[in-house]
Design a binder for this molecule. Structure first.
Ligand SMILES: [Zn+2]
Length: 252
């Protein structure tokens, strides 16, 4: 007797439509105040678009940074807002405790490794995207190999600072409130492309290949995406998501 092969139900279609609707909220901004809150906002996003690579991009970067920031003695952000240097306390191996401990001089912490996070433009593709690297420089000035922490990052289309109408910097440090704010805009191919593999994204106008930029409007004070060549509002070839997180720097 021949068993009837059950038809494969196209249950994926529903998910794809839902993701498509979510994809329309271009430039969605997630704000969080403290690391504990940042966990909550990420969870909400993951529930809605669990398969998006771009969430993983931001999640990985922020988790990696959280530990460095928690231990940091001081924070330096470059004027471009594309680089941050975190100075960690000097540590040495304690054979009695069997682990690394902070070195004290007259009861005070001493500067140790410097951890750098910095954006590098992908010049090979003549686009506005690039990667954020992490590099550790020891107190003698010897640097480890830089490692890519986040790829397909687009600082030029970060949401606008409503007071200056310039894109928000990737890194900014408020020395009064001791908060380090990280704003990451990354792109992701639409689910309808049939693959979730992280492919290279060229975010350009489909009509004339113009670059994207943001224009403040009454509805969107933090900027609508437009083409710099034809000025049209963009139907982009990918989904663009912004994550923003604030870290509290405790030790400074
Ligand atoms: Zn155009």
């Amino acid at each position: 007797m021949k068993a009837r092969t059950p038809r494969i139900r196209r249950s994926r279609l529903g998910a794809t439509l839902a993701e498509g609707i979510v994809a329309m909220f271009i430039g969605t901004l997630f704000l969080s105040v403290l690391p504990a809150f940042y966990q909550t906002s990420l969870k909400v996003w993951q529930r809605e678009t669990s398969e998006l690579q771009v969430t993983q991009t931001a999640d990985f970067l922020l988790k990696r940074m959280e530990e460095d920031v928690r231990n940091a003695r001081s924070v330096y952000v470059s004027s471009s807002g594309l680089e941050v240097v975190l100075t960690l306390p000097l540590q040495a191996y304690d054979s009695e405790l069997g682990r690394e401990v902070n070195v004290l001089a007259d009861g005070w912490l001493v500067n140790g490794d410097q951890v750098e996070y910095y954006f590098v433009l992908n010049t090979a593709t003549s686009s506005t995207e690039g990667a954020i690297y992490r590099r550790v420089v020891d107190p003698d000035g010897a640097a480890d190999t830089a490692v890519v922490i986040a790829d397909h990052v687009q600082p030029t289309i970060n949401p606008l600072d409503t007071s200056t109408t310039a894109p928000l910097p990737v890194f900014s440090f408020d020395s009064v409130h001791r908060t380090l704010t990280v704003t990451i805009t990354a792109a992701q191919p639409k689910p309808s492309s049939g693959t979730f593999a992280p492919t290279h994204m060229l975010l350009k106008c489909a009509r004339d290949s113009g670059q994207l930029y943001r224009v403040p409007t009454d509805e969107n004070p933090d900027g609508e995406l437009r083409c710099s060549a034809c000025g049209e509002q963009l139907e982009t070839s990918g989904e663009i998501v912004t994550h923003q997180t604030q870290f509290l720097v405790r030790n400074q």
